[in-house]
Design a protein around this ligand. Structure first.
Ligand code: MN3
Length: 208
């Protein structure tokens, strides 16, 4: 990924979601009947969209998803994959990947396939599903967070497939961008999130 793309993406697109989220949260805070929603924390709020008054729901879903999704996107990437580049090495993560996709290469192909099939703007996710107790690949449209439509899913890895994520460098070559993304994945961070997901399940939560 090139510097300009990352700069515009982070300081432009991600920041715009953050500002929009702050704005809608401050509106919710102003009204006694929605004040508790603003205090929930954005992760939890995305699991309780049905409690958000309809007039604010789309704004919360778009801005909240845009904020949280991008946080995860950046947090699981590092130059050269950071300390965890070169594919999964954590034993637990390797087991889960092997059980669901056969191998790391199988996961790479499944991610690439889901990315190729996504029409329009959205995200491809590697999640741990606490209900089926296995890894899954999911796709969401626009800024939708997986939690909203896929109960029990705990995101481990987020692939941004909005054109703003790659168009400056890769133009229409989405598959090349997905390959570039794969080379930057910090697998240590993915393994750490898998551990968090399992702990969460043991604690009896189905939410983030
Ligand atoms: Mn983006």
């Amino acid at each position: 990924m090139d510097e300009e793309t990352v700069r515009v993406h982070h300081l432009g697109h991600h920041a715009a979601s953050t500002h929009a989220l702050n704005k809608v949260l401050s509106t919710l805070r102003e009204h006694p009947e929605t004040k508790h929603l603003a205090k929930m924390g954005v992760d939890k709020l995305l699991h309780h969209l049905d409690e958000v008054p309809e007039e604010f729901r789309t704004a919360v879903a778009n801005a909240g998803g845009g904020y949280v999704n991008h946080e995860l996107f950046w947090n699981t990437l590092a130059p050269g994959g950071g300390g965890g580049g070169g594919g999964p090495v954590d034993a637990r993560l390797l087991d889960e990947v092997a059980a669901r996709f056969g191998s790391a290469e199988g996961l790479r192909e499944a991610l690439g396939e889901a990315a190729g099939q996504l029409y329009g703007s959205g995200w491809v996710w590697l999640v741990y599903n606490s209900l089926s107790a296995q890894l899954e690949i999911l796709t969401t449209a626009n800024q939708e967070h997986p939690a909203a439509a896929h109960p029990g899913s705990f995101p481990l890895l987020a692939l941004d497939l909005w054109e703003h994520a790659y168009y400056l460098k890769h133009q229409n070559r989405r598959a090349d961008y997905v390959e570039a993304f794969w080379a930057l994945i910090d697998w240590e961070e993915v393994a750490r999130r898998l551990e968090d997901a399992s702990k969460h399940m043991l604690d009896g939560h189905q939410e983030l």
